[in-house]
Design a protein around this ligand. Structure first.
Ligand code: SF4
Length: 186
């Protein structure tokens, strides 16, 4: 029987470092999707993209889809504006909607996201979003829930061993400003 196909939304290389090998170990055929219009500025988007692409094969990705043409920060800001206090929910929604759309179109068995690896994300909210977009009852493109946080340390070690770029802010302009608050206060 052919291995089940899963489309994994990848937010960055370090979060994929545990997630993709874990899915391969479970027997999935893994296609990675890099779609992150939240990342600001574009140089950082490219740096994170390339950090992942340089190691995607080593991690076990069978195939990679990169949506550079859909990197549209203006559209992302339009979705977030006036929803800033709940911006992480909408940020995850935008990326999961795209992932679920591509999974349906590509007849994948499942889709999931490396956002479920991060201890800094709202894990339960992301899981609920995924379940809404890809219900268990669907014939294809069902959401694959895993608590990838259990591999937190393993992922950190692996990304460091690979010499992968490890960013120090979540990605958007707001998170960049938050880490620089001290600098601005001086
Ligand atoms: S902090 Fe991270 S998850 Fe939240 S909106 Fe910014 S990039 Fe998205």
């Amino acid at each position: 029987m052919a291995a089940p196909r899963v489309l994994v939304h990848v937010c960055c290389g370090p979060c994929a470092a545990y997630t993709i090998p874990a899915l391969r170990e479970e027997g999935f055929q893994v296609t990675a999707l890099y779609f992150n219009p939240n990342i600001h500025p574009v140089e950082e988007y490219v740096r994170r993209r390339d950090a992942f692409l340089d190691h995607a094969e080593d991690l076990g990705a069978d195939k990679v889809i990169v949506k550079d043409a859909d990197y549209d920060p203006q559209a992302w800001f339009r979705e977030i504006t006036f929803r800033e206090t709940n911006r992480c929910f909408h940020c995850a929604r935008i990326r999961l909607e795209k992932t679920s759309f591509i999974a349906k179109r590509g007849q994948f068995d499942h889709f999931t996201t490396t956002l479920l690896y991060s201890k800094h994300q709202k894990h339960d909210e992301i899981a609920a979003l995924g379940r809404d977009l890809g219900p268990e009852s669907a014939a294809k493109a069902r959401f694959l829930y895993r608590d990838f946080r259990e591999g937190w340390q393993q992922g950190i070690h692996r990304s460091k061993d690979l010499g992968m770029y490890r960013q120090d802010y979540c990605g958007c302009l707001y998170s960049d400003l938050e880490r620089r608050k001290k600098l601005l206060a001086k």
